[in-house]
Design a protein around this ligand. Structure first.
Ligand SMILES: *[C@@H]1O[C@H](CO)[C@@H](O)[C@H](O)[C@H]1NC(C)=O
Length: 167
């Protein structure tokens, strides 16, 4: 009888554990972002795991650091962390934006509430406005570092010069 009860509760615990694990693995960081009114494409496709605390503090691990060409070139470190709340990420670490050959830390990311077509990257005291559509889909993570191709990419350099002028 005791054995029977033991195995029953073990089975119960086991199924509970399985259920919890399944639920956790199903809720990816890409599902999480939209729950906070943020586009899932803010992070590249190479997220391996993440943690989220009750107070909104999150840590995201990527398989490798990478760069993605949005309106600006954006670089992701292997670890990205910050505090997420509805419509914004503050205390952000691990995301940089390239401006005139210099990588600058993005401190905050936020969207308008109610939502508009824009998303804002706060770099120092400057709020850079970007089109939100380019973040709607999750981008594949390019290889980090500078290839010979990026040296020869004149249009990129022109864009960066324009960026400086339009500020
Ligand atoms: C992700 O997994 C690695 C290896 O298991 C672990 O060292 C790291 O702390 C985890 N990171 C998060 C944010 O959970």
């Amino acid at each position: 009888m005791a054995l029977h009860r033991f195995s029953f509760s073990t089975l119960f615990l086991l199924s509970l554990t399985l259920l919890t694990t399944t639920t956790l693995s199903l809720s990816t960081v890409y599902d999480l972002l939209p729950k906070y009114g943020l586009p899932s494409g803010l992070l590249p496709d190479s997220v391996t795991n993440f943690t989220l605390s009750d107070d909104g503090w999150f840590v995201v691990c990527l398989a490798r650091s990478c760069e993605i060409e949005f309106d600006y070139r954006v670089r992701y470190d292997r670890t990205v962390s910050g505090r997420i709340s509805y419509g914004s990420i503050t205390e952000l670490e691990g995301i940089q934006v390239k401006r005139l050959f210099i990588w600058l830390d993005v401190d905050e990311i936020k969207v308008d509430l109610p939502p508009t077509d824009s998303i804002y990257f706060k770099v120092g005291f400057i709020n850079k406005k970007l089109g939100i559509d380019q973040f709607k889909t999750v981008h594949s993570c390019g290889v980090s570092g500078c290839s010979w191709k990026s040296f020869l990419q004149l249009p990129g350099m022109v864009n960066e010069a324009e960026m400086l002028i339009t500020e």
